[in-house]
Ligand binder design. Structure first.
Ligand code: E4P
Length: 217
């Protein structure tokens, strides 16, 4: 399973890239607003830092506008993935970009039918939003299972990018459900390495090793 980080904060991206765990980055207009920085500058900086796919989302909601903006974003770097909303105009723009060999990430997916449409227009990634479904009392993980089954039935190559992940358990469950990628907030990625028994076990080993008076070097 690939890990993308869901942030527009360069420091977080730099730190996570250094761990060797990071395969890519996703951003959205809300994350860009939170960063307080110029969109295209941030994308350029992220792309120079991380060699993997970097999703940059269009702001327009009409087909022509999405195509025009996507063309500009695609020129920023070769690893830019054009992120488009799951609307009919967004799907049409996805078809346009996939026809040109430009990678796409179809976002704001909340149903299996929507995911089916994204695959039919050749999306590189589909982003089902797990956490936002959980928020309205619908099990977001069921959607990942359903999309996995549909894509496997028809050998669709669109990759399932589990999004709106809020907890370490979401990551586990998305991996079990067969998501190809999870895009995860930085704080949740760090939590994946934590376990109280690892912490206490290591403390004991350090103490016992000290008592031997030995040195490996
Ligand atoms: C995905 O691409 C989105 O940027 C993101 O995962 C949304 O997460 P949220 O529902 O926590 O805002």
């Amino acid at each position: 399973m690939k890990f993308f980080v869901d942030t527009a904060e360069i420091k977080d991206i730099r730190d996570l890239h250094a761990t060797g765990l990071l395969d890519g980055v996703t951003t959205n207009p809300s994350l860009i607003a939170k960063s307080g920085r110029q969109f295209k500058d941030v994308i350029k900086e992220i792309c120079a830092l991380v060699p993997g796919p970097v999703s940059a989302e269009v702001a327009a909601t009409d087909y022509e506008g999405m195509v025009a903006e996507g063309e500009v974003l695609a020129k920023i770097a070769s690893n830019v993935v054009i992120k488009l909303p799951l609307t009919l105009d967004g799907l049409k723009a996805t078809k346009y970009f996939s026809g040109k060999g430009v990678k796409t990430n179809v976002t704001l997916c909340f149903s299996a039918n929507q995911a089916l449409l994204a695959a039919k227009v050749g999306a590189t990634y589909i982003s089902p939003f797990i956490g936002r479904l959980d928020d309205i009392n619908v099990d977001g993980m069921d959607l990942i299972h359903d999309i996995r089954a549909i894509y496997d039935n028809f050998d669709f190559e669109t990759q399932i990018l589990a999004a709106s992940i809020r907890s370490a358990n979401h990551v586990t469950q998305a991996a079990i459900a067969g998501a190809d990628v999870a895009t995860i907030p930085p704080a949740v990625i760090y939590k994946l390495a934590d376990h109280p028994l690892t912490k206490s076990g290591l403390e004991q080993f350090v103490k016992d090793w000290k008592s031997t008076g030995q040195s490996i070097l």
